[in-house]
Design a protein around this ligand. Structure first.
Ligand SMILES: Nc1ncnc2c1ncn2[C@@H]1O[C@H](COP(=O)(O)OP(=O)(O)OP(=O)(O)O)[C@@H](O)[C@H]1O
Ligand SMILES: [Mg+2]
Length: 232
């Protein structure tokens, strides 16, 4: 088997330019990346270097200008927004800095949302949602509304939700960015533990050298391409 056939996510010669007042901003300039099953990779880079843009392209939330994004063997470039959304629901977990929980739903319903979108709610997924909430230390909070939870607790609900469908890929954009140092640390440890346990490939955008160092591979986004981190 070639390396490529094992990759769960791949970017080939990706270019992305934004039109800004007074001109164009070339954010990604022929970027290449590939990650294999169950591997964790961190991406660091200065503010504005294009990390969130890259994750949006990986997730198919935005389209590339040039180049190709593939999930497993499939290029997503020419998928319709509808097809992308349907595939994303089963193949990708997303965790953002700002949690993105639904305020009107309990913790358990928020976790189950991933299965609702994927159309896979069953007694079994309910059981798995409960198990994951328990696993992130919130087993006794399943009926609680996010508005009454702390930042760290909300992010743990978001992590459980992202992993519910057992996706091959988890994309996390500064998941501890809104948390204090101690809470950030425990949340990150839990995230890394969970992805290892579940065999999920993780792409982690972080400013923290320490969290980056806990990943199998370390990259820095600089001048529109990914470079292997000198500290790896
Ligand atoms: N939709 C858009 N239109 C115009 N410019 C954009 C758009 N999205 C992002 N940019 C610009 O592209 C650059 C990269 O933004 P991006 O959010 O990817 O950076 P980042 O590396 O995630 O930064 P941070 O560490 O601050 O989160 C920035 O200069 C930003 O202003
Ligand atoms: Mg960002």
């Amino acid at each position: 088997m070639t390396l490529d056939s094992q990759s769960v996510l791949r970017a080939k010669d990706v270019r992305k330019t934004f039109v800004i007042p007074g001109g164009e901003l070339e954010v990604l300039r022929g970027l290449n990346f590939s990650i294999r099953e169950g591997v964790s990779a961190s991406i660091r880079g200065e503010s504005g270097s294009g990390k969130s843009t890259l994750l949006h392209l990986f997730a198919g939330l935005e389209g590339v200008d040039q180049g190709e994004i593939s999930w497993g063997p499939d290029s997503i470039n020419h998928w319709s927004p509808r097809k992308r959304a349907a595939e994303r629901a089963v193949r990708l977990g997303l965790v953002f800095q700002a949690y993105h929980l639904v305020g009107e739903m309990t913790a358990l319903e928020n976790v189950l949302l991933a299965a609702r979108i994927a159309g896979t709610v069953s007694a079994e997924t309910r059981e798995r949602a409960r198990h994951l909430l328990d696993r992130v230390g919130l087993g006794n909070r399943e009926k609680q509304m996010p508005g009454k939870m702390s930042g760290g607790e909300r992010q743990r609900v978001a992590v459980a939700r992202a992993i519910l469908n057992n996706p091959p890929i988890l994309l996390a954009d500064e998941p501890t960015g809104n948390l204090d140092e101690k809470t950030g640390e425990t949340t990150m440890e839990l995230l890394l533990e969970l992805v290892r346990e579940q065999g999920v490939a993780l792409v982690l955008v972080t400013h923290s050298r320490r969290f980056a160092g806990a990943c199998d591979e370390q990259w820095v986004l600089h001048d529109g391409i990914l470079e292997a981190s000198a500290e790896a």
